[in-house]
Design a protein around this ligand. Sequence first.
Ligand SMILES: [Zn+2]
Length: 249
Amino acid sequence: MPIFDSHCHLGYDADHDPAIDHERAVAAGVTAMLVVATDAASGDRCRALAALPGVRWSAGLHPNDATRLQAEWTTIVAQAEEPGCAAIGETGLDCYRDRTPLAEQEESLRRHLALARELDLPVILHCRDAFAPMFELLRGEPRCRGVMHCFSGTIDEARTALDLGLHVSFAGPLTYPKNDALREAARFVPADRVLVETDAPFLPPQQHRGKRNEPALIVQTVAKLAEVREIAVEEAARITFENAVGLFG
Ligand SMILES: [Zn+2]
């Protein structure tokens, strides 16, 4: 049962060997993963991890670091232009941690969207407590394929994301007991637009809450997705794998 972890930060914490996390992931059936950059330095690390089997990588600047846009943009563009780069991001808007002014996050997001269109790559969107400004900004831009990563919204917000042409990706919070609205959204997203991810080392699934997350643990999120959609686990793995390949290559 091959699984595609569509968003993880393999190698994020310096005290863990990414090759070991990767090996454990492959043993759990995670034969493909997208390793996502959060800034220029992590983009270099992500690119190096592409030496591991099944690893794709991205280039971009996290919205919480958007104040570094001018300093890092040239490097990020150069990374994105390399033939192996599979996606642009993660970018987006984050009104939960408000250390970066929204106007700067929006400027960074617009630059990422333009780069994604120019290079014909999908964009990885982080959206935390920011659906209203995110949707308003996206509606004012030419269409761009991509994914709402670690989706945290309702059916209505999923519908808007889908209407904008985006895929919708579910992470560990899908397994948290109180998240019934999120599970309703996961049931609602069409089979050809749904993805799964770990966002490791963050957001572990319910059975590992409070601990470090890793790509191997995606199995629990795939099982929950299968349960809420009333399909076999193998089917949930298959559709999310095919969708991720379609989006990221
Ligand atoms: Zn992330």
